[in-house]
Design a protein around this ligand. Sequence first.
Ligand code: ATP
Length: 441
Amino acid sequence: MAKNDLMDRVVNLCKRRGLVFPSSEVYGGFRSTWDYGPLGVLLKRNVKDAWWRSMVQLRDDVVGLDSAILMAPKVWEASGHLATFTDPLVDCRNCKERFRADQLPESGACPNCGVKDSFTEARNFNLMFKTYVGPVEDDASVAYLRPETAQGIFVNFANVQTTTRKKPPFGIAQVGKSFRNEITPGNFVFRTREFEQMEMEFFVPPEDSAQWYEYWCQERYRWYTELGIPEDQLRLRPHEESELSHYSTGTSDVEFMYPWGWGELEGIANRGDFDLSQHSKFSGQDLSYFDQEHDRRYLPHVIEPAAGADRATLAFLLAAYEEEDVDNGKGGTEKRTLLRLHPRLAPIKVAVLPLSKNEQLVPVADEVASLLRAELMIDVDITGSIGKRYRRQDEVGTPLCVTVDFDTLDDRAVTIRDRDTMAQARVPIDGLLAELQGRLS
Ligand code: ATP
């Protein structure tokens, strides 16, 4: 399938099946913002849960945090965002559209109106959204929507360290919304002005930072492959010297082969002691750590894996999308669209389908559904032919379907049908939940 086709088909599927809608659509949309529909909210939540499980639940050296989006403006002075979180911006003198100076085509033609050499000098544009806190709109009440979740972690370093009594090496993880007034949002949910991040700051003794940086690069790459991104669509790209922020001694991006080329999924950076040292300086609070065992005080260095929940969700969708020709049962073939999503990510884990709307079958399907509902996200679908309903479930990545048919009335058994192989197996209702859980894990 041509690459642009793939993007169109995935965007189309997202709209058609309630994964992602254009935001404020009844008003004609609102500049590259998107809403996650009934299936999309499940998918994105599963992505975030999978991240949390791997970063917090399965480890004894990382704890969680949920800090506020609005923070003291001083935070953004200390972090450097007020002074340097900017993109170079140019205006087209002809059509008045604005572009990022570093993303202009080599031809020198305006991407909007095509006029050549029509750009103004580049000037720096701060990407933070500004607002006012309280009833008075003056300089003293200015606040910013956070452009990253990381700073909420740094300013809580001492709170978390003393309350949990964790010793470096340890990390603090956070998932939440961030806002950037991007000049050129686009590529569906890849670049938006409001998005969700999954960030972890790992605090280590200075001499161990290089080793932990390597560790987190490998660990984060592995997370994506384990959840189904093929290795030939994923790479770890170390930044060139010229790309590094002034405080970073190493940064690598985990990149995915999007339909338009390699694009960042996540950045892993060795940030040194930049953040804790800045916040110590600006707040007047000593954020160093006292290592009793070695009788020394130091500012921990930080390794930061910073991922985007929306970009990851898009990558999982693109990697999972497939169309194949299958037997139509009448001697010919038909097209089947499916999302080969990892079961952990699939929005619906199991669909319960009575063979028909028959009044004896539907109550049994309801009984099976209530048996499963407390443990698994399920869907009950009773409309349309059974073949059509299997296709509908394939298309949104449901790994397993359970069919209740007339034999069920006699033998109290149902048929499990597998999304990927389409193989079917007969299983007693009594052992159904355990069987499904086994197949999903
Ligand atoms: P880019 O170079 O693509 O703008 P970045 O290097 O500025 O990204 P970071 O500041 O490292 O991004 O943020 C960490 C992660 O947050 C990114 O890898 C990405 O997954 C996500 N992210 C950043 N900006 C956006 C955005 N505008 N829309 C969606 N996700 C984003």
